[in-house]
Structures are given as structure tokens and as C-alpha cells.
Design a protein around this ligand. Structure first.
Ligand SMILES: Cc1cc2nc3c(=O)[nH]c(=O)nc-3n(C[C@H](O)[C@H](O)[C@H](O)COP(=O)(O)OP(=O)(O)OC[C@H]3O[C@@H](n4cnc5c(N)ncnc54)[C@H](O)[C@@H]3O)c2cc1C
Length: 409
């Protein structure tokens, strides 16, 4: 029996602590917050999208190639069914939505029920839980860690599992400082980088706040005339300072990267048809229905609230009938529908991401047990690793699976 300290009482740390204690180790779980699982409690808007439905192969396919390869052993050892079985045994029933996302049955505070289930598991397994304990540093000489510090206190142990999460939503306890400790141990780390965050725009449309563009795709290019860098099919939602919604979150990391490289430009295509086809359809419509207003035509493709301001920007008279459209005005209308310019982004905020990209480089970690390569008694798991999946339950599953592997000692 070894004395094991787990740092971080979130998704990965709870599973790691439960697993290690279930295998007979004496486990101390340290959590900086006054209670466990604070980020879990706000996940999925308080409903907690626990995982995604499907076989491990399909789950892995949602991650980048490198991340999928890394996740393979831990995901097979503790997959989505294993997580859901465990929760079911603790009384948390779940259901799968049409889009494959798995949630606890809808009840107020359902994310809290997930945390309570893990808390029960951890305590029943005999884990000693200390909340309000923020770890401030590590002590040891390569290849062994000897202790960690909680303020003035020094806590020695045989093995250490770091599960301190990422660096977004710092108010949930995740400030990302563990990356600095690991850098101090010469572990290869990638700096934190924003992901799954809303995108502020250089020219925000504050008056459009709350308007959604649906069923089209958000496109990112290297400048207004630059090459296409990325695209995501899905909705966007205008906010006071920019855009949010599924497509904005998914493209936020690529947008920030392009911005830092000097050229990023966003457009939203409400119609996925080629501009020539939309143009041809508009000409056809003008023939069939010459007295139809340009505004009415535009309203078929874009939300009503945007029609007047967009016509104004495009210098197209609101009362103009299709029969009177000039070629230039027609082009403008087609452009609004096939590539509504949103323009350049402002810096994407790391703090508002559902996940933080960056973390401990995967090549430096053994994917079977999450041991930091070269070190004898140090393991890392969860979002502290350089793992970032899309929205849909993938990030929690990655935390659960890597936590399980780390706790298997
Ligand atoms: C708003 C929001 C909604 C989300 N919704 C979903 C969702 O529905 N589905 C999904 O799959 N993913 C979701 N995510 C992402 C998911 O919550 C994270 O990827 C996941 O929680 C990571 O698990 P973790 O255990 O690595 O980190 P966390 O769950 O963040 O846990 C880390 C813990 O470590 C503690 N800690 C940090 N530093 C120290 C220290 N120095 N000493 C002691 N303790 C420390 C923190 O207080 C924290 O409790 C969401 C994220 C956010 C922000």
C-alpha cells in the first residue's frame, strides 16, 4: 500500500482518487476550493454533458490525431459505458440526446448529482478529502518527487497525481499554475491557449446581441481575400462584443492562432450554395416575381432584425423591387447570404473557454498510466494534459479516462 496524493478534486482527480483507493492505496485528495467538482457543477450549463455516445473509436475520432492516439489505451480501459455504469450504480440515470451527447436525466441541479455520485464513491473507497487546500509547489529531485507544499505545510507521499485542470474559468479554481511547477521540473509543456471560447470581433455588432444565424457555416480565412483556414457547420449567436454559439466556440482556437499569425477573417454563410447558384436563383426569382422587395428576399435567408441594417450597409434601398436590382446590388445581396462578413477578431479570451488548449506535452507522458516519462512517482491527468476535444462530452470523458489510468497504481 502506497501513500498517494491527488491534487485537484475535479473530474480527473475524483476518478483517480477513487481508483487508487479502490486498489488499496492510502489516498489524500487535495482541492483548492471549499468543495469538490466546481467546474463539473457548471458543465453543460449546469446539466453536465457527461460523455458522448458511441464506441471508443468514434470518441477518439473527435480529437486530433495525436490526441486520439494518446487517448486510445485509457479510453479502452475506462470508456463511456464504464463511466455511465459507475454513475448508474450511484443512482444517476442518464439519457442520450439525438446528437449523441449524454446527460443525467433532467432534474434541477443534475450536474450536482454527478458530483455527489463521485464524492460518494471517493469517500466510500476511503479517500481522505481536504478541501480549501491549494497546493503551491512541488519538491524533489529527478527522478523522484518527495513532497508538495500547501502554503507553509509540506506533504510527503510515495506517489503524486496532478489533476489540476486547465486555465479557463479561473473562478472555478483552475488557474493553470501547475504548468509552471512542471516546467520547473523540465517537463515539456505547451503554454495555455484559448479554445472553445466566444470570439470577440474588432467590429462588434452590439445591437445584434441575441440574434442567431442558423444552419450555415462559419468560415475562417487568412484575411478578407486570404485562403480558407477552417470551417465549422453550425449556428452562431451575436453577443455584445462578438459571436458565440457552437460554430464560434469550435473555431475559436483556429481563429486565435490565425490572429496571432497576423491575419484572421470570419464570414458566415447562411446559404451553403455557391454564390453563382444563389445569384442565378435570385435572377430567376426576379423574373418570376418582379415586384418582390429585396428586403423580403433577404428575409428568407437572414433573421428579420438584420435585414434593414444590412441593406443600409450595402446601400440597397429597402423599397427596391427585385426587377430594379442593379447587378452590383444583386451581388451585394448574394454576398450577404453566402458570406456575411464578420471581420477580424479581437484576442480570444483564455478565461472564457470551455477548455484550455496547451498543457503537458503528450509525448512526455505514458498513455497507459499517465506517468511523466523519466519520473518514478509523478503522474498527470485530465485537462492539465495537452488535450482539448470539441463540445459534446468529449472533454469530461478524456478527464475520466486519463484519471482512471493515473489512479491505476
Ligand atoms: C462552462 C463550462 C462548461 C463545460 N461543459 C462541459 C460539458 O458539458 N461536457 C464536457 O465534456 N466538458 C465540459 N467542460 C469542460 C470540462 O469541464 C473540463 O474539461 C473538465 O472539467 C476537466 O477535468 P479536470 O479534472 O482535468 O479539471 P477540473 O474539473 O477543472 O478540476 C481541476 C480541479 O483542480 C483544482 N485545482 C487547481 N489547482 C489547484 C491547486 N494548486 N491545488 C489544489 N487544487 C487545485 C481546481 O480547483 C479544480 O477543482 C466545460 C467547461 C466549462 C468551463
Amino acid at each position: 500500500m502506497a501513500k498517494v496524493v491527488v491534487v485537484g478534486g475535479g473530474a480527473a482527480g475524483l476518478v483517480a482518487a477513487w481508483r487508487a483507493a479502490s486498489r488499496g492505496h492510502a489516498v489524500l485528495l487535495l482541492e483548492a476550493n471549499g468543495r469538490l467538482g466546481v467546474k463539473l457543477r457548471i458543465s453543460g450549463g449546469g446539466k453536465c454533458n457527461i460523455t458522448h455516445d458511441g464506441p471508443p473509436k468514434a470518441l477518439m475520432a473527435a480529437f486530433s490525431k495525436e490526441q486520439a492516439r494518446f487517448l486510445r489505451p485509457s479510453l479502452h480501459a475506462f470508456d463511456n459505458r464504464a463511466v455511465l455504469d459507475l454513475l448508474r450504480r450511484e443512482g444517476v440515470e442518464t439519457y442520450v440526446r439525438d446528437n449523441g451527447r449524454v446527460f443525467p436525466l433532467d432534474r434541477p441541479g443534475s450536474a450536482g448529482a454527478v458530483v455527489s455520485a463521485f464524492e460518494t464513491l471517493v469517500r466510500r473507497a476511503g479517500v481522505e478529502v481536504r478541501t480549501g487546500a491549494r497546493v503551491t509547489g512541488l519538491e524533489g529531485e529527478f527522478p523522484r518527487l518527495s513532497a508538495l507544499r500547501v502554503g507553509e505545510e509540506r506533504l510527503a507521499a510515495d506517489a503524486f497525481i496532478l489533476a489540476t485542470g486547465g486555465a479557463s474559468y479561473p473562478e472555478t479554481g483552475t488557474r493553470g499554475e501547475a504548468l509552471g511547477w512542471l516546467k520547473g521540473l523540465k517537463a515539456p509543456v505547451r503554454p495555455w491557449f484559448p479554445a472553445l471560447a466566444p470570439i470577440p470581433l474588432a467590429r462588434p455588432r452590439g445591437t445584434w446581441e441575441g440574434v442567431a444565424l442558423r444552419e450555415g457555416e462559419l468560415r475562417l480565412s487568412a484575411g478578407p481575400e486570404g485562403r480558407r483556414l477552417a470551417v465549422f457547420a453550425g449556428d452562431i449567436l451575436f453577443t455584445k462584443v462578438g459571436i458565440s454559439g457552437p460554430a464560434a466556440l469550435e473555431l475559436s482556437q483556429a481563429t486565435e492562432r490565425a490572429r496571432r499569425e497576423g491575419a484572421a477573417w470570419l464570414v458566415y454563410a447562411s446559404s451553403l450554395a455557391a454564390p453563382e447558384r444563389v445569384d442565378a436563383a435570385l435572377i430567376e426569382e426576379a423574373r418570376a416575381n418582379p415586384r418582390l422587395l429585396a428586403a423580403t428576399w433577404l428575409q428568407r435567408h437572414l433573421p428579420e432584425r438584420l435585414v434593414d441594417p444590412l441593406l443600409q450597409e450595402a446601400a440597397v434601398d429597402r423599397g427596391l423591387m427585385l426587377k430594379d436590382l442593379s447587378r452590383a446590388a444583386r451581388r451585394e445581396l448574394v454576398g450577404l447570404v453566402t458570406a456575411l462578413p464578420l471581420g477580424g477578431p479581437q484576442p480570444v479570451p483564455l478565461a472564457r473557454g470551455e477548455v484550455a488548449a496547451g498543457g503537458v506535452e503528450l509525448a512526455a507522458v505514458d498513455p497507459h498510466n499517465m506517468a511523466l516519462r523519466g519520473w518514478e512517482n509523478l503522474r498527470v491527468c485530465g485537462e492539465l494534459l495537452d488535450l482539448d476535444g470539441p463540445v459534446g462530452g468529449y472533454n469530461l470523458q478524456a478527464a475520466f479516462s486519463t484519471g482512471f489510468a493515473a489512479g491505476t497504481l
